[in-house]
Design a protein around this ligand. Sequence first.
Ligand SMILES: Cc1cc2nc3c(=O)[nH]c(=O)nc-3n(C[C@H](O)[C@H](O)[C@H](O)COP(=O)(O)O)c2cc1C
Length: 187
Amino acid sequence: MPVLETITQRHAFRALSAEPIADEVLTEITQAGCLAPSCYNNQPWRIIVARGERLTALKTSLAEGNAWAQVAPAIIAMAVRACDDCRLEDGRDYAFYDAGLCAMNMILQATALGLVAHPIAGYSPAKAKKALGIPKDYVLINLIILGRRGESNSLTDWQRAAESGQRERRPVDTTVAFEAWPAAWQT
Ligand SMILES: Cc1cc2nc3c(=O)[nH]c(=O)nc-3n(C[C@H](O)[C@H](O)[C@H](O)COP(=O)(O)O)c2cc1C
């Protein structure tokens, strides 16, 4: 399948089913993540796949607005430390950048396998780190909620509308330019 098709298919769906995901599938998703490029091949990401008792504990960290994720059969947690990757002038802390590349690889692989992979920042990092035994000096940069698409009954009205709505993106000329920084972007 052409990559653009998978990219277009991907959507941050919230209506999930509790149907379990096989370990082989979860492994395939993490393999895709580990094939991401990273600065000096530092591979700063640490990936914890929660899908048993730890998953139940992890779910207590979810923000109220992410109640939709309570049914998820698996959640991937990604932890990084800036000191494990290139730290270059001008604020270029590549651990976070590289973790994003790893996350997107996993999200696209999950999408290609017919799953929903929805990254979230809405959780208590302290609670989530405790649930998974992640050391304090790591930044738990995101959780990726995994599952198959399911019923939307438990969603709020706006969340239900977002399931079928058009993708919302800023006008392209506010984010993409050719040749040089446009005058219109001066703040
Ligand atoms: C870093 C990050 C954090 C996010 N946090 C949440 C979240 O806490 N809850 C949620 O429902 N969606 C969350 N999202 C999903 C975004 O809201 C979603 O990607 C965005 O609205 C664009 O929609 P689309 O991914 O379907 O194109 C997050 C996405 C990213 C990349």
